[in-house]
Design a binder for this molecule. Structure first.
Ligand code: NAD
Ligand code: MG
Length: 405
């Protein structure tokens, strides 16, 4: 299968490239993109030989061209940059499948480009679904672009349902690890540090989603993501805290049956399934293949993370402490531009927190303030979503200056 990876230098992108390296018979890379990490991209180019690559801007393009010259690569890829480059990588590299794995609203334009081109879209970039799912899902349907989830919870549900739609589903229960601050109080959260927020107990991921997991905004974004992907009402979407992260989500059917999907806390399973569906690739050693390095099924009675000694636990989330979860659910229920505003304000607030400009508890505060300041309207175009993203981020930043006074 011919694959383009948007965000190839990120956590998801690197996991996907690992799959491509171990399953060269299944995956051929046609395009790779990155923001600024051109050294890592150059290494991936050397190994996977895409025809086209795209980087952030002219400076990064020049730096990458220099690296490729040093490497003495005989057949060089076309090196593009900016929005044009991202769109070309998404829609014009000859790929059959596009893995959308850029972080944040920066992924919106190329993700829409892939959908418009009618390509199969493996979507990790949840922010695009949150900001503009009302536009993306119908566009994909019109263009004949198949959408498959990569986010582990949504992949779990997709694996259980065997698709995105099933008439007999009663509820979806998204599991959440609870992040590093599970059990803390509102006061405790005022004092947590950047290092603590970036220390996720179960998953290794990029900094933005790791911080979102600590505030639980991530689970809020995932509720909205599930609403769009599976076409269910918010009353049918729930969250349970499951600190072991063994069960990746649960589908409850109308007859009371609850089907759960369990697996390693390793995104390579969800990425591989998004690419291989309806087949499954032998990620585990099977005699003829060695399988993926450092990849094991969960050993249920004694999973390595054994402070729970084989017990799987499920509990209600603490909505009062982790306010981001309610804010996101509320924005989802309001609909229209409310999730666009929420997602953009959060992106800005997380960047401010990770830069040391605001405290951890300020993230939810700033998101709420921005949501209150911008009225929700119907969402009618991608351009409107992008304008609103700029406006929401600007407002969040200005509110953060007031916090510091
Ligand atoms: P990351 O920060 O590790 O990587 C982000 C990628 O996007 C990098 O390749 C970076 O160069 C690129 N990028 C960043 N800003 C850009 C810009 N302005 N223009 C172009 N490219 C840009 O992020 P990640 O953890 O791999 O997450 C990627 C997406 O997948 C996010 O939407 C996240 O929510 C989702 N996701 C990630 C995980 C995970 O395990 N990491 C799990 C579920 C969902
Ligand atoms: Mg997830």
């Amino acid at each position: 299968m011919k694959l383009a990876i948007l965000g190839a230098t990120g956590s998801i992108g690197q996991s996907a490239l690992d799959l491509a390296e171990h399953f060269p018979d299944y995956i051929e890379i046609t395009a790779l993109t990155c923001g600024r990490n051109v050294e890592l991209l150059a290494r991936a180019i050397l190994r996977h030989r895409p025809a086209l690559v795209a980087v952030h801007g002219p400076e990064e393009r020049a730096a990458l061209e220099r690296l490729l010259t040093e490497m003495g690569l005989a057949a060089r890829p076309a090196v593009l940059c900016g929005e044009e480059g991202l769109v070309a990588a998404a829609a014009e590299s000859g790929a059959e499948v596009v893995l959308s794995a850029i972080v944040g609203g920066a992924g919106l334009i190329p993700t829409f480009a892939a959908a418009r081109a009618g390509l199969k879209l493996a979507i990790a970039n949840k922010e695009t679904l949150v900001m503009a799912g009302d536009l993306l899902m119908p566009l994909a349907a019109r263009a004949g672009a198949e959408i498959v989830p990569v986010d582990s919870e949504h992949s779990a549900i997709f694996q259980i349902l065997g698709g995105l739609r099933s008439p007999s589903v009663r509820r979806l229960i998204l599991t959440a690890s609870g992040g590093p601050f599970r059990g803390l109080t509102v006061d405790d959260l005022e004092r947590v540090t950047i290092e603590e927020a970036l220390n996720h107990p179960r998953w290794v991921m990029g900094p933005k989603i790791t911080c979102d997991s600590a505030t639980m905004m991530n689970k809020g974004l995932e509720i909205i993501e599930a609403h769009h992907l599976f076409g269910l009402a918010y009353d049918q979407l729930e969250v349970l805290i499951h600190p072991q992260s063994v069960v990746h989500s649960i589908v409850e059917y109308q007859d009371g049956a609850q089907l759960m999907q369990a697996g390693p806390t390793d995104m390579r399973q969800a990425i591989a399934y998004a690419l291989s569906v309806p087949d499954r690739w032998p990620l585990l050693p099977d005699g003829s293949t060695g399988g993926l390095p450092n990849y094991r099924p969960v050993d249920l009675p004694r999973f390595a993370f054994n402070q729970w000694r084989g017990h799987l636990t499920f509990e209600e989330p603490d909505f009062a402490t982790f306010r981001a979860l309610r804010l996101a659910e509320g924005a989802g229920r309001t609909g229209g531009t409310a999730p666009t505003i929420l997602c953009s304000a959060n992106e800005e607030a997380v960047e401010l927190f990770l830069a040391g400009a605001v405290g951890f508890a300020d993230i939810a505060r700033l998101v709420e303030q921005t949501l209150n300041a911008l009225p929700a309207r119907p969402l009618t175009s991608v351009e409107q979503a992008l304008n609103l993203r700029r406006e929401a981020r600007r407002l969040t930043k200005s509110f953060s200056l007031d916090l510091r006074r």
